[in-house]
Design a protein around this ligand. Sequence first.
Ligand code: SF4
Length: 232
Amino acid sequence: MRYNVDELREIAARAAVELDRAPAEKIVEWAADTFGERFCVTSSFADAVLSHVVSSVVPGVEVIFLDTGLHFAETLRVRDTVQKTLPVVVKSIKPRLSLAEQDAEFGPRLYAREPDECCAIRKVEPLNRALANYDAWAAGLRRDEGPTRANTPVVGFEAARGKVKVAPLAYWTEADVQAYIDKYDIPVNSLINQGYASVGCWPCTRRTAPGEDPRAGRWPMFDKTECGIHAA
Ligand code: SF4
């Protein structure tokens, strides 16, 4: 069934109340029942927890990966493992500009000068393009990831995109994630065990100290903690 924007807004508002603190699987079940094939997952492949949770309820679900061309090899390995071992269809979405084309148009190392512009080209536009086929998407956002995510609802409405965003893991803690990984032997990006609390593109990711805000390891040279894909 296709919904218009007003209906999507209403559906999200109702579900945010009804599903607040519901188990992740229950939230996914609701999304699949409500949106059918117009529901997808996004993953940055720091781990495969969200892909596992969703595909255990919706086998064959499509998982969107923003293939910026600047990922660590470890991240691409998790993506490939997920595609091989879980019942999902991974869709790697590339930016319209190759890195060489971006360098030619904007100069080399745009990420070191204008990271917002670089993220807009390599992440935000590709995600918007990929989401055109869906009414709702699941993301792995958690409230305990830092101040910018502290109020993440389990179901929200993104006015700018006109989409419903589902965060089945919103209330999970780091300990919950670890317990799930241990229980189901979930693939994890090996960088996580090397001191990277949050993993993004290699030019914009550094290790974090124990106890440090996990998002502090992203864009460490800038006053920036989000790439823009969750800002709508
Ligand atoms: S995270 Fe860095 S390299 Fe990746 S798209 Fe954003 S600015 Fe560019």
